[in-house]
Design a protein around this ligand. Sequence first.
Ligand code: F0G
Length: 471
Amino acid sequence: MEPFRIKAVEPIPFPGPVQRQAALDAAGYNLFRVPSRLITVDLLTDSGTSAMSAAQWSALMSADESYAGARSFERFEAVVRELTGFDEVIPVHQGRAAERILLGAVLQPGEVSISNTHFDTTRAAVEAARAVAVDLPAAAPVSAPVPFGGDIDLDALRRALTGDGGSDVRCVVLTVTNNAGGGQPVSLGNIAAVRQLCRDHGVQLLLDASRFAENAYLITERDLEHAGQHPREVAKAMFALADGCWASLKKDGIGNIGGLIALRNGELARRCREHLIAVEGFPTYGGLAGRDLEALAQGLTEVTDPDYLRYRADAARWFGQRLMEAGLPVLQPTGCHAVYVDAAQLLPHIPPHELPATALANELYLAGAVRTSWLGTLVFGRPNPEGGPDIPAPQELVRFALPRRVYTQTHLQYVAEAAAEVVAKADSVRGYRIVEQAAALRHFTAALQPLNATAPSLPRPRQRTAVKHRQ
Ligand code: F0G
């Protein structure tokens, strides 16, 4: 059961079927564009959506809002140093700011960053530095279950470092846990082996530590050698193997905003701070209020509590079971921050360029005002430079993300019931076409048009027919 009791509550809306259909039409069939006042259970993301503890709320009041050298920064810095072992601690307003600043300082144009999987914002930061992002996951998330599905492929990494172009590789990024790859953990053995390869080739090893505590807990569950160890000790062992890290603290910082860069190398930190001052603010607040730093320092202390982490993994497991009973193909084993479903398997009649993951997520919204997100061709696919259908993503996943300490088992039961309704009519679910998209990170703002076999004609590209129709 939840290892907390509830002290403050917030009502949730229950829009009816007609309202849900109208909201989806008006949003261009993109759930990012649906207002939260029309969502009953919001599993879009676990990012920035956590419920803070009583200790975090009380820390807000004792914050120091001084522009420079605030006491709240000193507390934040001390907590991050103790946890990571990195001396150089730089706050930023969220993860992608850390990525832009750090990867911009590490990578020169034409150089290469290799990862188990770059998250979408990470890839965007690599590409903004005019460098190349290469993903070498050891296992595709939809393949047979493995305990450490987040591991990087060591043989492929060795080949990349020793082959032609090996000297262009500047950093290896391990995303712990691997969000884009099913939320699976990276093993300590894998991190250690990468450490060795990086040392041999003079390449930096950086952790995207946004979900470091969940990765550490899953190591204690899945690696006998670390069974019974305190997750904080495992987390420290992970950080000890790296040269530095960044994190979105909207996840395992249990904060509503925030991020960090933490490094061993003082010279690299100096260059990051120079850029930070231009885009985020003075290095002791980095785009955050003193109260945010207090809440994050407290959150980083609470997040490695073994009771909390066990509840988190158990909740995901229980929810995964309920979705499976509802008939959804759930990726196994489940991790902590989300349950992933293979939309391609449920909707084999919808090809990738017709966005099966998006189609499934939209049906879940129509069934119960449940909001999920999709990690498929709309996010990771690319427009085909030669025209024709988009270059597809390797998987079509729907992610049911679990905000920290927000929803109870009953809320998740409700979602499973909505899922069963969608499964019952899976054969009749149709795909979508993109009618409006941005050049980068298109999924946040794209407008779509449902594909209807009986429609007399298809809309012209770049015309937002659905939205226009309602005006
Ligand atoms: N790295 C990982 C692994 C992430 O999951 C995210 C964000 C970021 C970096 C960027 O951090 O949002 O603070 O700028 N993931 C969110 C999600 C958006 O829904 O998974 P940010």
